[in-house]
Design a protein around this ligand. Sequence first.
Ligand code: UDX
Length: 437
Amino acid sequence: MQNIAVIGTGYVGLVSGAGISDYGHNVVCADIDKTKIEQLNKGEIPIYEPGLHELVNRNVNFNRLSFTANVDEAIRNADVIFIAVGTPEGENGASDLTAVYEVARAIGENLNGYKVVCTKSTVPIGTGEKITNIIKDVSKNINEFDYVSNPEFLREGSAVKDFLWPDRVIIGASGSRAFKTMKNVYRPLYINETPIIETTVETAELIKYASNAFLSVKISYINEIANMCDEIGADVHVVSKAMGIDGRISPKFLHPGPGYGGSCFPKDTKALISMAKEMGIDLNVVSGAVVANQLQKERMAQKLLNLFDGDIKNKTIAILGLAFKAQTDDIRESPAIEIINTLNKNGALIRAFDPAANENMKKRFNDLKTFDSWEEAVKDADGVVIMTEWNEFRGLDLLKLKGLLKSPVLLDCRNILRMDDLETMGFKYDNVGRKKR
Ligand code: UDX
């Protein structure tokens, strides 16, 4: 058992802290946000993430997990410190590392014996070296620490599962003592024979960006193929299924849709492009994916307008789904934002429903009308657009939907409804890259 401090109780920090305590370590999650810590100490989880509440409660009850606003003390008591604070998008797509460097300074000030300092937040290549230098400077060259890069690959909505049963763990470090300490942290995973890649700090930092950018490219690629399918009347699902059977391609992340969103892909692709540019390298493939993603979001808005022959003024449109994907309340970079903007610009009236993200979207659009069920949202609307693939929309009762709508017009941006059913029920509809009969 080791004493672990996780600094930053956002999405990554909280899931990682709770997950590491579940491995049997003694974990304290620290954050300068006192309100958040008070909330957590009352058993309230500030984010929506399936399984997280149970994971936190279980480990708090076993006295393995606690929360504190005293970051300095957490650092002093720890053998391993995980940096998991936010790295928002700064100027020119580069990451804003203010919070990371702040934590590095706090570590330097509180260094009182050998510790492993490990970054979980996604940081640009070379940040490890900067963090190391800050700690050395502030701690007056006490070199009793090793630096490790241990990037996370957590998907929102399945982050708990991704943490406890990861596809792989990346450990970037330079000394055998650091590898040994990290091996101890991830002991249960070593026993499970989870692939663990031990490498240098820089390589670990790049792996994270290279993985996320690749997945973004894959999505933009299938979206563009879907757009071709629209034109030629082909079915993109058959195309991606057939492509995915080829082991070299794999079927995952070949699902067409309204464009990727969330806190990672949009930010990480831009950060990677910006880093490469500084090295004099043009990442043309990733840049293409970023452009294609924005166009895909706009294309969905255009599809909706087309269903109303370009005139959507004073029409009431129901939006089903506001989160950037299902199983999360996160609306960051959600394609639904583009649709709301287009509808507002064109004088349409919006009635929206999301099972988890209503409140977050209302923070962004104060006057957005949201409802507690899809039935209420679609009532007397002139049309409906599905933006997020929540299970409850997959099983929509089309007869009921048609009865509630003023006119049966539907845009399915996630291809979750059966076209045969929509056809039989007399819907005027569109989707992403599936043949219309
Ligand atoms: C992602 C990475 O998967 C994770 O490893 C990383 O650490 C953080 O970023 P997340 O942003 O939670 O996780 O979502 P993910 O499930 O990867 O989906 C990202 C976006 O791509 C969503 O907008 C989703 O709707 C979209 N997507 C995904 C598609 O449009 N098609 C697909 O086939 C897959």
